[in-house]
Design a protein around this ligand. Structure first.
Ligand SMILES: Cc1cc2nc3c(=O)[nH]c(=O)nc-3n(C[C@H](O)[C@H](O)[C@H](O)COP(=O)(O)O)c2cc1C
Length: 473
């Protein structure tokens, strides 16, 4: 009778040869998904009966159980294969992605090509494999920037310690890292390395930096390593787990899929003359995080942002503006939206007539008076009742006193649905800081949220928005 190890070996060989999906195999052998997972990690102890069913399934089954309703259908994945032992698993991953209707295009690093051939990747992906940044043909045909952007997600699998370090440092010294730096799409990494390399402070700090920038991660898993007698955390996640992570990434998007969202973020700046301006201390962190969270839930998201240091959130169309009037024009040009979140700190007034030339000291009298006029009210304009009104308009109230009372009054005055009220008085560190303490004010109630990281506030707000729109046409 086959040992568990033999069976695992044969299951893998069978699946790698493309005869049936593992789930098909599981169905034909009467296995549960848990048992299959246990089988792969060798923790599962099958009875003789199940083993013989498996044997039969391995030799006779042609069942291909491919989920039809998958979030991966139609998705374009740019797969970056780096130089780790686990690169061989990519072949199965690509096959299974394609079974689910995803298109896979591969970029292979120089080291990656030591582990898996471009020929195998091209044959399994059904597409050309890109390896050289300086290929004249590739550059004239597609160009590295388009290569980086013509995808719904960039997946690095296996992600070596080396490529993670180069990504964290923003190095672009080959096609893979140049594409990673040039992409405006979400990035997911599947790290794979020796456990000591994984645990090293350098790798841990690199992965933390990448996650902080919105890169998602699947694995690494614990288990036996390729090196004899090595055990620990560092194995690349199994293709099934990577698929599950991708399904969750795109599938979670289902909640706001088909919805259009518009988010404003950052400060506006209002010119006094060509070199001076009026602005405020908004960093854009909260607004950008909200745009990213809505996009993660699948909303087709546009972010209209004043000048900030924040990187463009993955998967979000960003329109950069300066003044309040530009911001309103960009919001109106973005077209109808289901969801509007006005998180920008719009300067309330602008200089009545900005000087066309730099104001000189000699132009000034003892004191200089600037005449200020009111800027358009973006929140009130977008909240206005009418046939094109978004389903949900959320404003922000940055207050330094009577935070909740002022927010309740602001909600009524602007005609928006919700106000996220936050205390921005000196000492709270809200402006520019990483956390926020907010109250969500609606017509019915005031919810007090605990102090949360701005990303968590964004996540929670996006989920509240998804709840509110649940079932709405
Ligand atoms: C046999 C062998 C196996 C390797 N496996 C891994 C690995 O699993 N993970 C890793 O981070 N590096 C591994 N390396 C080291 C990388 O190949 C090396 O750091 C390389 O520069 C990575 O380049 P890349 O990130 O551009 O693909 C391995 C090297 C050899 C010789």
């Amino acid at each position: 009778m086959a040992t568990v190890k033999d069976t695992i070996h044969r299951v893998r060989a069978y699946v790698a040869a493309g005869h049936a999906s593992k789930s098909g195999l599981a169905v034909s052998a009467g296995l549960t998904a848990n048992a299959l997972r246990g089988l792969e990690s060798a923790e599962w102890n099958p009875t003789a009966e199940t083993l013989s069913k498996l044997e039969a399934a391995i030799s006779g089954s042609t069942v291909v159980d491919v989920p039809q309703d998958t979030a991966l259908a139609g998705k374009r994945i740019l797969l970056i294969v780096a130089g780790g032992i686990a690169a061989y698993k990519c072949l199965e991953l690509i096959r299974r992605l394609r079974e689910r209707g995803a298109a896979v295009r591969c970029v292979l690093t120089e080291a990656g090509a030591r582990f898996v051939t471009p020929l195998s990747l091209a044959a399994i992906s059904g597409d050309k494999v890109y390896q050289d940044l300086f290929s004249l043909t590739d550059e004239s045909e597609i160009g590295h920037i388009r290569l980086a952007r013509d995808a719904d997600l960039v997946l690095v699998a296996p992600a070596t310690a080396d490529i993670l370090a180069r990504m964290a440092a923003g190095i672009a010294n080959d096609l893979a890292t140049t594409a990673l730096l040039a992409t405006d799409q979400p990035v997911m990494v599947a790290p794979a390395m020796n456990p000591r390399m994984w645990e090293h402070a350098a790798t841990q700090s690199n992965i933390a930096a990448l996650e902080g920038r919105g890169v998602s991660r699947v694995g690494p898993a614990a288990g036996e390593m390729a090196e004899a007698d090595a055990w620990g955390v560092g194995r690349m996640a199994e293709p099934a787990d990577i698929l599950a992570a991708l399904e969750a990434f795109f599938g979670a998007g289902g909640r706001l899929r088909g919805r259009r969202a518009l988010v404003t973020s950052g400060p506006t700046i209002e010119a006094i003359d060509p070199v001076r301006y009026i602005a405020n201390r908004s960093s854009g962190k909260q607004g950008h995080a909200i745009a990213a969270a809505l996009a993660r839930l699948g909303a087709d998201t546009t972010l209209v942002s004043g000048p900030t240091e924040q990187p463009d959130p993955p998967g979000v169309a960003v329109v950069n503006i300066e003044s309040a009037r530009d911001m309103l024009a960009a919001c109106e040009a973005a077209g109808p939206s289901d969801i509007v979140v006005c998180a920008a700190a719009v300067v309330d007034w602008r200089v009545a007539e900005a000087a066309p030339r730099k104001l000189k000291k000699k132009d000034r009298k003892q004191s200089q008076t600037l005449e200020l006029v009111e800027n358009p009210d973006i929140l009130a304009t977008l909240s206005r009742a009418g046939p094109g009104r978004p389903r949900l308009v959320v404003g922000f109230a940055a207050e330094t006193e009577s935070v909740i009372d002022n927010a309740i009054a602001k909600r009524a005055a602007k005609g928006c649905d919700w106000i996220v009220a936050n205390d921005v008085s000196a000492g709270t560190g809200t402006f520019g800081g990483d956390s926020n303490t907010v109250h969500l004010v609606s017509a019915e109630e005031v919810e007090d949220w605990p102090t949360l990281a701005k990303e968590e506030v964004a996540e929670r707000l996006a989920l509240c928005i998804a709840d509110a729109l649940e079932g709405a046409p």
